[in-house]
Write a protein that binds this ligand. Structure first.
Ligand code: PEP
Ligand code: MG
Length: 886
């Protein structure tokens, strides 16, 4: 139950009340209070949305009374009344959660129109065309969101069909060619359509309209696209949406009116310039829905200079006030400017970084504010792929550069097809091509490498969403014509399945496939991350197995290797026969011959890695995966041998190999002969690997360099496993040091990735100088979920809210996290200076990084491209603020 005031007039709230009033409501309040021209209105709190759901989707008692009280005050201020046949007030009803979810929920405009108020409006405006246009839009919007049931029988789509039929009858193509009489006829047809489909009249009672619209907004909190968006952005389901009811202003009253959306800085590049779009004689929905391609706001400077200057002054004032880049929706009604919304503007990763750095340099914010406000996940976009330099390509068409980055894939023409074939589906690279996109396309956009639209501008919701998610996008590409299963571009026809590419940074549509490579880093990116480093207390290392990856990670700020998976070195072509022969050897002597061959390779590998590290530490893990992973597939061999037999032939070697592979076959290999168990069954492998690591280090040290090897044992569940391996390892190390005549500063530690290891961490810590949490296996074994196959049920688990998210992506803090906490506490009891890190995939995921900071780990380790993310997430955790935390 709501505990407090449930309806707030704009003048009663402020920007700090986002939890209760939602982002939009809180900012409308703030702007009203600082004297900006905001049409008056009120906000129904987010708590009421939750109460609505708690009461099985019924409007909580008394809320509409509070709404009517607030409405009466708005009416008194404006001297107009909702439903007044003499001087009617019209309203907009819009959603607004704490975190912005552009276009995901429902909106109703022009509420309060009925047959009587329409007449009054005509008398007042002397503009019947405008009134009937507003009325027909209202019938469509309210019916679509409030009266359409699952069968979707009152969808926007059907209303648009009716409009199309009418235009055909009149022999015109554009909406604007339909005159007032035509639109009046359309209103009649729309009302008939509602009667026929819903078995009821479109409500003439304005209070019934208002309640229906408010309830529709609450229901839209749980529509499919809002749900997908929340999952993706980690926005909790429990926070609900506020509802903003605001008096209407009209951008569609003629050529002295219009609507626009603008960012106070360039949302793609971060440049300090007003960036946005404007449509003359249009309502705001026309801009954000992407159905008409608007003109750049810069054109207003010449077309409507006075309004532009007033708007620019408001932009500057709002930036000063909020100390952030803002996204502002505005409407001009008969040359008078109104501000309808402002919120922190969604921006690309490069823009976020540039704006944060510029705002520090302009003296608006402190470095720690800058570091705290960029979502770490956005940094990936600073490393977004670009088309390989020097590539020649054929540009089919040009559009707006709505989402930066390069993408290549096959053209598909529906969101469903994209979802079926793309990411999360068949895994192909697809480019989603649409005439325009609606928020319903979200599923398809997320599955696509890139998005191409014929219509829509830089500020349409589709462009906003694409930029936010780092999907390369070309929008408003009027040089193409999109059909059901193909598009034409200046004479070339591209059909479904044909390869195309996009350069979202330049707005180019390209024929065929182009090579795509990682971007180089910009100056601001380096500055920004160096600020993050000033605040973080936790180290950031990388998971790397080659000198090349190591160098890349160091460029991106890694301070050492946290996990070198040595078995990856065994996979390479020419080594494989030796690896296989080593595994299949029937006695120790034969095995040693192969190990000696592998020693030569591994020593060189380690030398290269230590050289690349230039004195930084490297945690090198001894062999871990089940050995059959290095052998030919059992199923393949069975088939081959059976085929030979059927042909009356035999191949003794193949049969022998099959016998050996059968001998190693395990029902459950991830729980089988792997990790330290291998080192115990085949101690010669430990000896070879220890020798390779230390001899590689010795080569570097003798050449005047520095090498800091940390040798790590995987999959330890019992301290005796560690003791066993340690004895072999130390004996070998001693031998190597004697042979080399130098001392090598190595240390010895273990992974904590088996629950029993975490629970007995005090015993294990006696034998280990460091722990590294292998949270991939720890998650697998704590939940009993196979890390390789659990996708099948984890997706439905998340969709059905059985789990809040995929535990392989972000640490399950209450379960797996508790085991980590136990391990840290117990280990520190016996070894207070134990070095603690994490090297599972979670080491580069912002919320998990913050968790590791709070556990007191010394470092996180992640793949090279996630190093910048981890640096920033670690800084934010140290500063106690997290831009990705919702
Ligand atoms: C882990 O289990 O978290 C880990 C880092 O090891 P691997 O992924 O190689 O099993
Ligand atoms: Mg593991």
């Amino acid at each position: 139950m709501a505990t407090q005031k449930r309806v707030w007039l704009f003048e009663e709230g402020d920007a700090s009340m986002r939890d209760l009033l939602g982002g939009k409501g809180a900012n409308l309040s703030e702007m009203s209070n600082i004297g900006l021209p905001v049409p008056p209105g009120f906000t129904i709190t987010t708590e009421v949305c939750n109460d609505y759901y708690a009461a099985s989707q019924t409007t909580p008692a008394g809320v509409m009374d509070e709404v009517n009280e607030a409405l009466a005050r708005v009416e008194a201020g404006l001297g107009k009344k909702l439903g007044d046949p003499a001087n009617p007030l019209l309203l907009s009803v819009r959603s607004g959660a704490k975190f912005s979810m552009p276009g995901m929920m429902d909106t109703v405009l022009n509420l309060g129109l009925n047959d009587a108020t329409a007449e009054a409006m005509i008398a007042q405006t002397n503009n019947p065309r405008f009134v009937y246009d507003s009325y027909r839009r209202f019938i469509m919007m309210l019916s679509d969101v409030a009266f359409s049931d699952e069968s979707n029988k009152l969808s926007k789509h059907d209303f648009e069909h009716l409009f199309r039929d009418l235009k055909a009858e009149k022999g015109v193509t554009e909406d604007t060619d339909v005159d007032a009489e035509g639109l009046k006829e359309l209103v009649t047809r729309y009302k008939e359509h509602v009667r026929k489909q819903a078995g009821r009249d479109f409500p003439q009672d304005v209070h019934e309209q208002l309640q229906a619209a408010i309830e529709a907004v609450w229901r839209s909190w749980n529509n499919e696209r809002a749900f997908i968006y929340r999952r993706r952005e980690h926005i909790p389901d429990e926070i609900g949406t506020a509802v903003n009811v605001q008096s209407m202003v009209f951008g569609n009253l003629g050529d002295d009116s219009g609507s626009g959306v603008a960012f106070t800085r360039n949302a793609s590049t971060g440049a300090n310039e007003i960036f946005g779009e404007y449509l003359v004689n249009a309502q705001g929905e026309d801009v954000v829905a992407g159905v008409r391609t608007p003109t750049p706001i810069a054109d207003m400077k010449t077309d409507q200079a006075a309004i532009y200057n007033e708007f620019a002054a408001i932009c500057a004032r709002l930036e000063d006030h909020y100390k952030d880049m803002l996204d502002i929706e505005f409407t001009v009604e008969r040359n008078k400017l109104f501000i309808l919304q402002c919120r922190a503007g969604k921006r690309t990763g490069p823009a976020a970084v540039k704006i944060a750095v510029d705002m520090v340099n302009e003296g608006r914010i402190r470095k720690e504010d800058a570091v705290g406000r960029v979502d770490p996940n956005l940094l990936t976009q600073c490393l977004l792929p670009v088309i390989g330099s020097g590539t020649k390509y054929n540009v089919l068409a040009r559009g707006l550069p709505a989402g930066p980055g390069a993408a290549t894939g096959i053209a598909v023409f529906s969101a469903d097809k994209a979802a079926e074939l793309g990411k999360g589906g068949a895994g192909q690279r697809v480019i989603l091509v649409r005439a325009d996109t609606s928020p319903d396309d979200l599923k398809g956009m997320l599955a696509a490498q890139g998005v191409l639209t014929e219509r829509g501008g830089m500020t349409s919701h589709a462009a906003l969403v694409a930029r936010g998610f780092g999907i390369p996008t070309v929008a408003g590409c009027s040089e193409i014509k999109v059909g059901e299963a193909s598009f034409s571009a200046n004479g070339t026809i591209i059909k479904e399945g044909d390869a195309i590419s996009l350069n979202g940074t330049l707005g180019e549509v390209i024929e065929g496939t182009v090579p795509v490579e990682a971007a180089t880093l910009t100056g601001e990116f380096g500055t920004f991350l160096s600020w993050a480093d000033e605040f973080r207390t936790m180290g950031v290392r990388t998971n790397a197995d080659t000198p090349k990856d190591t160098k890349l990670a160091i460029e991106l700020g890694a301070e050492g290797i946290g996990l070198c998976r040595t078995e990856h070195m065994f996979f390479e072509g020419e080594r494989r026969p030796a690896v296989q022969a080593m595994i299949l050897a029937e006695n120790d002597a034969d095995r040693q011959v192969q190990l000696d061959i592998l020693l030569e390779y591994q020593r060189e590998d380690f030398r290269g890695i230590f050289e690349a590290l230039n004195g930084m530490p490297a945690t090198v893990r001894l062999i871990d995966p089940p050995l059959h992973e290095f052998l030919p597939s059992r199923e393949g061999l069975i088939e081959e041998v059976a085929m030979l037999k059927a042909q009356g032939k035999s191949d003794v070697e193949k049969e022998h190999l099959l016998e050996a592979v059968e001998g190693m076959h395990e029902i459950n290999p991830m729980m089988g002969l792997r990790g330290c168990r291998l080192s115990i069954v085949f101690p010669q492998i430990v000896e070879m690997q220890t020798r390779a690591i230390l001899e590689g280090a010795a080569l570097v040290i003798k050449a005047g360099g520095k090498a800091v090897p940390e040798i790590m044992i995987p999959l330890v569940g019992h301290v005796n496993e560690l003791k066993f391996v340690r004895e072999r390892l130390e004996a070998t190390a001693k031998k190597v040091e004697q042979e080399q005549g130098i001392s090598i500063p190595y240390s010895f530690g273990t992974m904590i990735e088996v629950p029993r290891g975490a629970l007995t961490a005090d015993e294990i810590a006696k034998e280990a100088a460091f722990f590294s949490f292998g949270t991939n296996d720890l998650t697998q074994m704590t939940f009993g979920f196979s890390r390789d196959d659990s996708d099948k049920f984890l997706k439905p688990y998340v969709a059905q809210k059985i789990l809040p998210g995929d535990p392989f992506e972000s640490i399950d803090q209450s379960g797996v996290g508790q085991l980590m906490e136990i391990a840290v506490t117990k280990a520190k009891q016996v070894r207070p200076d134990i070095k603690l890190g994490i090297c599972g995939e979670h080491g580069g995921e912002p919320r998990s990084v913050a968790f590791c900071h709070h556990l007191g780990l010394n470092y996180v380790s992640c793949s090279p491209y996630r190093v910048p993310i981890a640096r920033l997430a670690a800084a934010q955790a140290a500063l106690g603020k997290s831009a990705s935390d919702k």
